[in-house]
Design a protein around this ligand. Structure first.
Ligand SMILES: Cc1cc2nc3c(=O)[nH]c(=O)nc-3n(C[C@H](O)[C@H](O)[C@H](O)COP(=O)(O)OP(=O)(O)OC[C@H]3O[C@@H](n4cnc5c(N)ncnc54)[C@H](O)[C@@H]3O)c2cc1C
Length: 325
């Protein structure tokens, strides 16, 4: 059962921001993640502030510079169906298309997808884990088959969003407003690693609202993709995933942005892959070096060593595919 809280549905961004002055208030977009967290007592709140009645937060529009703007309240399903996203930002279309189930894509929004809480069963369960203010991460010596192989530092979650690595690879930015200012944050810098703060998921302050996500115009020669491997063909979170945004000049990769999902507490920039392919043709030797580069420095836990082979295979498959696209 849900605990008691007051529910506000302000008609303007200004009023919503004022309501967030109460430190314990929580933003509600589609509610597909928030309400589950409240029901399971992952955290509590006195006030839920819905963004549903605020005009102008939903929809996809072209920017003057040739990029695209996604309103924060845009449902994932609208992103999947959008021709401009499908035609020019393939990685985002791919990622949005594999988020959860059709019902959740109809209800869940793009900003909520970026800001969703981790799926670790200790964090979501009845455990006083480090991320909830306790002393330890229970996954480290526990059931850690779905946890991270990079970036674990006292807490070993993986970030659950499929759209975050795709948006990070595409160089997207979030616009966020607070009662006193607004600012831009690169999606690649939105999520906080546990080495910085294991109790915080994003750099946003409690009184900041993401209002839109801005995609820069795609560079000439850009090819992008996102693919995730999951434990079953139906809806599921990524065991391993990769977002590629590669700029080609002929068959040579001139610029590469590569982010992994299912790998780390944040979308994990695969610097080893980028270094292996930049300035190269995607031939067999280059792809083999990139596959090795994707797992260099990985630190698997007791039950997730299988992810090493998964990432090697995924990188090999996806670089072959994008090279031949
Ligand atoms: C069964 C299930 C399966 C799922 N599978 C996947 C999956 O495979 N891949 C995947 O990526 N996701 C998956 N999800 C997560 C789902 O996609 C997200 O829950 C959804 O996109 C969140 O959007 P929402 O609008 O419902 O967010 P909400 O639940 O409304 O909010 C989520 C969080 O973001 C904060 N927030 C919301 N909007 C804003 C804003 N504008 N500014 C600042 N903070 C904000 C909220 O306060 C809350 O903490 C799954 C969820 C469920 C329940």
């Amino acid at each position: 059962m849900l605990p008691k809280f007051s529910y506000a549905r302000p008609p303007s961004l200004r009023e919503a921001l004022n309501l967030l002055d109460n430190e314990n208030a929580r933003i509600h977009s589609g509610g597909t993640d928030l309400l589950g967290c409240l029901r399971d007592r992952v955290f509590t709140t006195d006030t839920v502030v819905s963004l549903g009645a605020i005009p102008g937060l939903r929809g996809i529009s072209a920017s003057a510079d040739g990029g695209l703007k996604l309103g924060a309240m845009t449902p994932i399903a609208e992103i999947v169906a959008d021709a401009a996203v499908a035609g020019r930002f393939t990685a985002l279309a791919d990622a949005a298309g594999v988020v959860a189930s059709p019902q959740l894509r109809n209800q869940g929004t793009i900003a909520g997808n970026l800001c969703q809480k981790p799926r670790c069963w200790y964090y979501r369960g009845d455990f006083d884990c480090l991320r909830k203010g306790g002393e330890i991460c229970f996954a480290y010596d526990g059931e850690n088959q779905y946890h991270c192989i990079f970036g674990g530092d006292m807490c070993y979650i993986v970030h659950p969003s499929d759209t975050a690595p795709a948006l990070a690879a595409l160089g997207a930015t979030c616009r966020a407003s607070s009662p006193s200012a607004s600012r831009s944050v690169l999606v690649a810098a939105l999520l906080v690693p546990p080495s910085v703060d294991p109790q915080r998921e994003t750099v946003l302050e409690p009184d900041e609202i993401i209002t839109e996500i801005v995609l820069p115009p795609p560079a000439a020669g850009l090819r992008s993709s996102y693919r995730k491997v999951r434990a079953r063909a139906s809806w599921d979170f990524a065991l391993a995933g990769v977002a590629l945004a590669l700029v080609f000049d002929g068959d040579v990769v001139t610029t590469a942005r590569v982010f992994l999902s299912g790998a780390a507490p944040i979308p994990w920039r695969a610097a080893g892959v980028e270094a292996a392919i930049t300035g190269k043709k995607l031939d067999a030797a280059t792809i083999a070096a990139a596959a090795e580069g994707s797992v260099a420095g990985a630190e698997p836990l007791s039950m997730n060593g299988y992810k090493i082979e998964l990432f090697r295979g995924l990188i090999t498959e996806q670089l072959n595919a994008i090279g031949n696209a």
